[in-house]
Design a protein around this ligand. Structure first.
Ligand code: SF4
Length: 419
């Protein structure tokens, strides 16, 4: 009987949950099973999930095929209608060991196991180790989102914001550090909303301070993606004072024009984003920013787009994740007047070009620096700024190595190991 296989799409949270599902499926003794953990962030992501279902059935005629994740949560009937599919399970059900025990039972479970995700009030913590690498572990601290950005389907796939109790998070991280993990990434959907649903005055910044205080043996703590407008004072203090909090923030900016931000129902303004980056850099001069930016949002004029292009330099962004706007059925932005697809694609390319120049300029500025690298595989690892780096000799995954930067190539630093 073959081990259950998971095909994971989308975000780190999905990757994290795929590891949890793999453990539940193994424990339940689910063999000859393929689980597709789908994403719904773009129409393309949903198309890829459906394609993966058809391919899995073609290549494994006898296997049981289960679809879960945000595409399944937001359109269970659509996936259930596919002849290739045996079961559709929801985003909350996929994290319950009982779901997999039910699927393994003699009497097959219902075809669709998807509840109303908006009714979910708690997020079940899972200790997941490894992700196939000894370098870094991801810890889910939060799930869902209370915001309703007009382009986004995520709240309908993941429900409202809910946080994992701080004690549970600290315990998990302590266990991971005991197992030798040198870096932990705090992940979720909207992690800057952390704690709002928990008793007491908990925030992301307070959680970070608690983790660093209670797990002194952890060398590196990293944040997945933050919403600048929700970054609290304790977080900024930790950024300034805590060397172990990595100087790398991925920002959910989405656009650089105030009218477009308003039409997206984002909570920050262009001026706020620029001021946030300047303040974070004042507090932590070696900081590097990544950012998500959408190109070609409905009604975006050439001038409005130019504001997004200029924001790259004004915020000092280095790692750009560029998304050509993709209308998601059921979202308000899908009902707005759309730009021509060619225009959307062309703007995305222009933004990527600006992003590449910004990255090259940053990599160039690193020449000659001494830097600590967390090894991932062979002679490749990542710096505190999350920049990939190729060293002149390999080292074990999970080791922290002191290195000197000698140059860069295809978006990666190159360097030599220091004695
Ligand atoms: S903050 Fe906005 S973009 Fe992010 S998950 Fe929530 S609704 Fe989506």
């Amino acid at each position: 009987m073959n081990e259950p296989r998971i095909i994971s799409f989308g975000c780190r949270l999905n990757a994290y949950e795929s590891e949890a599902m793999a453990e539940h499926a193994r424990t339940a003794g689910l063999g000859d099973t393929i689980i597709i953990n789908s994403c719904a962030v773009t129409a393309e992501a949903v198309r890829q999930a459906r394609q993966a279902v058809r391919k899995a059935r073609r290549e494994n005629p006898g296997a049981r095929i289960i679809v879960t994740g945000c595409a399944a949560q937001t359109d269970p009937q659509g996936f259930s209608a596919m002849a290739e599919v045996d079961h559709v399970i929801g985003n909350e059900e996929k994290l319950r060991p009982a779901t997999f025990a039910g699927l393994a039972a003699a009497e097959p479970s219902e075809r669709i196991l998807v509840n109303d995700i908006m009714s979910v009030r708690e997020t079940a913590p899972h200790l997941v180790t490894g992700f196939g690498s000894r370098a870094r572990a991801y810890v889910q601290i939060q799930n869902g989102c209370d915001h309703r950005c007009t382009f986004c389907i995520i709240p309908y796939g993941r429900g409202n914001s809910r946080s994992v109790p701080a004690g549970v998070v600290v315990d998990q991280i302590r266990k991971l550090a005991e197992q030798g993990f040198r870096e932990v990434v705090l992940t979720g959907v909207d992690i800057t909303a952390y704690g709002a649903d928990l008793p007491g005055e908990l925030t992301l910044g307070r959680l970070v301070a608690k983790i660093l205080k209670l797990v002194p043996e952890l060398p590196r703590l990293r944040l997945s993606s933050i919403d600048t407008i929700e970054a609290d004072a304790p977080l900024m203090r930790a950024l300034a004072e805590e060397e172990r909090l990595m100087p790398h923030l991925h920002l959910s900016l989405q656009a650089g024009d105030d009218m477009i931000l308003k039409r997206m129902k984002r909570r920050h303004s262009r001026a706020h984003a620029v001021a946030f980056c300047a303040e974070a850099r004042r507090l932590r001069p070696d900081i590097v920013f990544g950012a998500d930016i959408i190109a070609g949002f409905p009604t975006e004029s050439e001038d409005m787009f130019a504001n997004s292009l200029r924001m790259v330099e004004e915020c000092g962004l280095t790692f750009l994740h560029v998304f050509p706007f993709s209308p998601r059925p059921g979202t308000p932005a899908a009902r707005m007047p759309q730009l021509d697809r060619r225009e959307v694609k062309e703007r995305a390319q222009r933004l990527r070009r600006v992003g590449k120049s910004a990255l090259d300029a940053y990599l160039q500025s690193c020449r000659g620096r001494s830097i600590e690298v967390l090894m991932e595989k062979g002679n490749v690892g990542r710096t505190p700024q999350f920049t990939e780096m190729t060293l002149d000799e390999p080292a074990a995954s999970g080791r922290l190595i002191a290195a000197s930067v000698t140059g860069y190539e295809s978006g990666r630093l190159t360097g030599t190991v220091l004695p």
